[in-house]
Design a protein around this ligand. Sequence first.
Ligand SMILES: O=P(O)(O)OC[C@H]1O[C@H](OP(=O)(O)OP(=O)(O)O)[C@H](O)[C@@H]1O
Ligand SMILES: NC(=O)CC[C@H](N)C(=O)O
Ligand code: SF4
Ligand SMILES: [Mg+2]
Length: 562
Amino acid sequence: MATNISASASSTTNLLSQRLLSFPPSQFYKNILTKPYQQQCLLITSSNKKNRAAMVVNSSRKLINLDQHYLDDDKPKEECGVVGIYGDPEASRLCYLALHALQHRGQEGAGMVTVENKAIKSITGIGLVSDVFNELKLDQLPGDMAIGHVRYSTAAGSSSMLKNVQPFVASSKFGSFGVAHNGNFVNYQLLRAELEGKGSIFSTTSDTEVVLHLMAKSKARIFALRVLEACEKLQGAYSMVFVTEDGKLVAVRDPFGFRPLVMGRRKNGAIVFASETCALDMVEATYEREVHPGEMVLVDDTSNEPQSMYLLKPHPPEPKSCIFEHIYFAQPNSIVFGKSVYESRHAFGEILATESPVEGCDVVIAVPDSGVVAALGYAAKTGVPYQQGLIRSHYVGRTFIEPSQKIRDFGVKLKLSPVRAVLEGKKVVVVDDSIVRGTTSSKIVRMLKEAGAKEVHMRIASPPIIASCYYGIDTPCTEELISNRMNVEEIRKFIGADSLAFLPTDSFRKLLGSDHTNFCYACFSGKYPLYPSVDMEESIDDTRKSTYNLLKIVGPGIPRSF
Ligand SMILES: O=P(O)(O)OC[C@H]1O[C@H](OP(=O)(O)OP(=O)(O)O)[C@H](O)[C@@H]1O
Ligand SMILES: NC(=O)CC[C@H](N)C(=O)O
Ligand code: SF4
Ligand SMILES: [Mg+2]
């Protein structure tokens, strides 16, 4: 089965271009364009009118895509989970189980690709793994190799959602292959513009599709080299797994190692790749090691052991693994970037207790789920009892990744209920892992007080989030980040807590020791490790050069200026 690469020029395109040309640019663009284009808009606004018009006209040249991938309602910036299985007759069933274990990484879509007798089969769908797959579907996915993907996006309900669900499959002159990607390419718009300029026709609005086109254009005859060639052009975060119709499985991680990817082995010798070790545990595969930043691992029948190659050798950049995986995203039973997520969160809670104690508190409670381990750490350090002051409904998903604020507000109430018996008349310390928009904390403080808590002291096991993520986690745009608009005291007042404290950024340094430089903290500092590449410049045609230059000047590294 091959990706349906068909022309999709939109009927709304011309209308949109007229609107763009006639609107005052700053506010209008800010509201509808994706981040890199918002940045251009700021620059455009601050330059003269002639330049501004020229910019719009330049953009308009490619307006066939403006409503699809430049608009903010379908932004390619999510967090996902990937799985790859090689050499097991039950590959699709194991992949299904592993995807279940990774369900916390994405709940909006799931998919799987298997290979048997040089034929690729694929099933993708919207919803949870259990919504997309059943016995019948798994029977339609035979073979001893599989890759799988769970995805969440901000485009729930939009018509383009299904076509963005991975894995993607494509046919090229060298045969068919599938890919599943966790991460986000920061030079996606540039690559897409360049590829479209050379005649590529895109059929999705996902950044991942550029990989298919880059590989299709490669002249290398060996699959692994085509992957390497594509990766050399990609910038940003990628942990990807590929399968080919002729029986190869490839796993690759970007040189910064933003997103996790691990390798394990089952007793029967089957090799398993997954975003987190909880997926290896699920399929009874023993964790062997991480796929290293910048490493590509190939498994096929030419060798008994996986073969490894490296990107950007001999000068790889310093790794920048996402600290937010340890704070919020990953499961506590996983080992991520070689460290136990449970132990990290416990330690974050302990440090918080030392640095921001609450005199005379009666009880420590957590905001479930991801605040639980930090709360246990806080309680252990202080000796104050930990109790379940908030009960979580297991039928409601993660609110941080719900698509609209309206649903998010509703989600908090639906998801968390206070326990009066724990709270009444008590001085309560409530620990959460992070504050993003402030929705959860403000609702919780009110909830706890309504349930009789005498005082509510909020403790957050990460620093204030002041900047958006460009590497695959769907933190909202900067204006929506409460810590970008308010200082700690203002947030305290806003959420109605009696006191509020965050984990200081320096605590990571203390905790991680010499390893701390190998992590990305950009959402807490606004200092991004990666800007759009300059080596793409030569391959961009003149039409695109002005766009490219703007991106180069502004970069994704200054979102706080908006
Ligand atoms: O400030 P906000 O915008 O409300 O976002 C912050 C909240 O979102 C996350 O929880 P989420 O409900 O997504 O997932 P969880 O159940 O894993 O904690 C995080 O753990 C915070 O509780
Ligand atoms: N960001 C993710 O991890 C998901 C992969 C890819 N960026 C997508 O849009 O599907
Ligand atoms: S910006 Fe934040 S969320 Fe994104 S990779 Fe860096 S630490 Fe992780
Ligand atoms: Mg939470």
